[in-house]
Write a protein that binds this ligand. Structure first.
Ligand code: RFL
Length: 395
């Protein structure tokens, strides 16, 4: 980092957002010797406590292996199986491996905490927390500038590239002039009540279809898990008391032995899919949730964000080291086919798991179709190949 004037500094890449994608990108750039500064509106402990995803997929594990970071970043056991149930009757399926590499049960919180330690404590990375009023100046023919305010006053960063890693409600996407981006969106018409509970997954993670709707239990560290319960859009978290949550879990899993446990938080998520295209404008590149959202059923949001980072970090390396900007110019075109592949899979999987739930609406026929599809997805060679193509996307 060079200091140009009093409160103006120069760097190569400014990354907005210190979530899963921003911290991963910063770590890779730092390891490659490319100067970068991360701007984050929250403080470090808030980010380290934020509970989200629970599985790092095989593709992302391979990416971290290539940077020799797997042991440092990915705590947690290898994810091998998942229990899909239909009206209480379960079948255990093996999670697809990619070239012998398995997914890992590693919560997003653990990954983010490990990235933070690696970047800040071991590599002296530059992450500025508690910043506000970020302004993006990305004009034709000029080096981009990012302005921001913190407790010490206002600052300006002059850079070559800006990475928008600030998720759906961030500011980088909204800095792009109207008419440049197209928004593609799909509302599923139902919601999930997500409840973080003090009860670990004791067997396999569960995805279940029942006459009362879909339910999932996914690991969130050694002592906790998150339950997801399908519910109508008209509901809200406040209508779901803790007792109602546990009664519904017992009903949907057809298991009276499940005991109530502490519910740490509950929130309500209307399920939707969104893609913004193109994912770049001049020297600004959108990454992760800033560019696309998938419903949590597919467990792919964080993994898609990590995929974007993989492609963007390689493209920045090429531009800075070899003065070859072709991969950066093609960033959006390279990433989007993979994103659409996953959107396709996510819509297929989400509809199958939810439309089959209420027999008064769609009949038990749909439930048997769902069973057949799951069997095919995980057991038949053709379907396994198809699934692994989805997993592989446009590698
Ligand atoms: P992040 O991780 O949300 O990071 C964005 C960062 O940007 C900051 N920020 C700003 N900073 C400065 N100025 C501003 N104006 C800013 N606005 C925002 C934020 O504070 C934050 O630190 O986005 P990123 O990096 O794109 O990563 C995406 C993933 O976090 C997301 O896709 C996943 O969490 C989605 N997701 C899941 N993905 C999976 O792969 N598997 C799962 O099982 C899974 N479960 C979930 C999920 C998301 C959930 N949420 C968000 C409802 C479960 C839940 C509950």
């Amino acid at each position: 980092m060079k200091i140009a004037q009093n409160n103006t500094e120069e760097t190569t890449v400014v990354i907005i957002g210190a979530g899963a994608s921003g911290l991963t990108l910063a770590t890779f750039l730092q390891m490659a010797g490319i100067a970068c500064i991360v701007l984050e509106r929250r403080n470090r402990s808030y980010i380290e406590m934020r509970q989200r995803a629970g599985v790092v997929d095989a593709r992302a594990v391979r990416m971290f292996e290539q940077w020799d970071l797997t042991d440092k970043l990915l705590a947690g056991p290898v994810a091998t199986t998942i229990d899909y149930r239909l009206n209480g009757i379960g079948r255990i399926f093996k999670i697809t491996e990619e070239d012998g590499i398995s997914s890992r049960f590693c919560t997003q919180q653990m990954l983010v905490g490990n990235l933070m330690r690696e970047l800040l404590d071991n590599m002296s990375g530059d992450v500025r927390f508690d910043v506000s009023d970020i302004g993006i100046h990305n004009e034709e023919g000029h080096r981009p500038k990012v302005t921001y305010t913190d407790a010490s006053g206002s600052h300006e960063l002059v850079c070559d590239y800006i990475a928008g890693c600030d998720a759906d409600r961030g500011i980088t996407r909204s800095s792009i002039p109207e008419g440049v981006l197209t928004k593609y969106t799909h509302e599923f018409g139902y919601a999930w009540l997500a409840a973080l509970v003090e009860a670990p997954v004791t067997g396999n993670p569960i995805m279940a279809i029942s006459d009362h709707g879909c339910v999932a239990q996914l690991p969130r560290g050694p002592h906790r898990s998150r339950y997801y319960l399908q519910c109508p859009l008209r509901d809200g978290a406040e209508e779901w008391t803790d007792d109602r949550v546990w009664n519904e879990i017992r009903l949907r899993l057809n298991d009276e032995s499940i005991q109530n446990a502490i519910v740490h938080d509950k929130f309500f998520v209307p399920l939707r899919s969104v893609v913004y295209a193109p994912m770049q404008y001049r020297n600004l590149f959108l990454v992760g949730d800033a560019a696309h959202l998938v419903p949590p059923t597919s467990a792919k949001g964080m993994n898609l964000a990590l995929y974007d980072v993989d492609i963007l970090s390689q493209a920045i390396l090429k531009a800075v080291r070899d003065k070859d900007t072709s991969a950066l110019e093609n960033y959006s075109e390279t990433v989007l086919p993979h994103i659409w592949n996953y959107q396709d899979f996510a819509v297929w999987m989400t509809d199958m798991m939810h439309d089959a739930g209420d027999p008064t609406q769609n009949g038990t026929f749909r439930q048997q179709i769902a069973r057949a599809r799951l069997d095919n997805l995980f057991n038949s060679e053709t379907a396994a190949h198809l699934h692994s193509e989805y997993q592989r996307g446009t590698n």
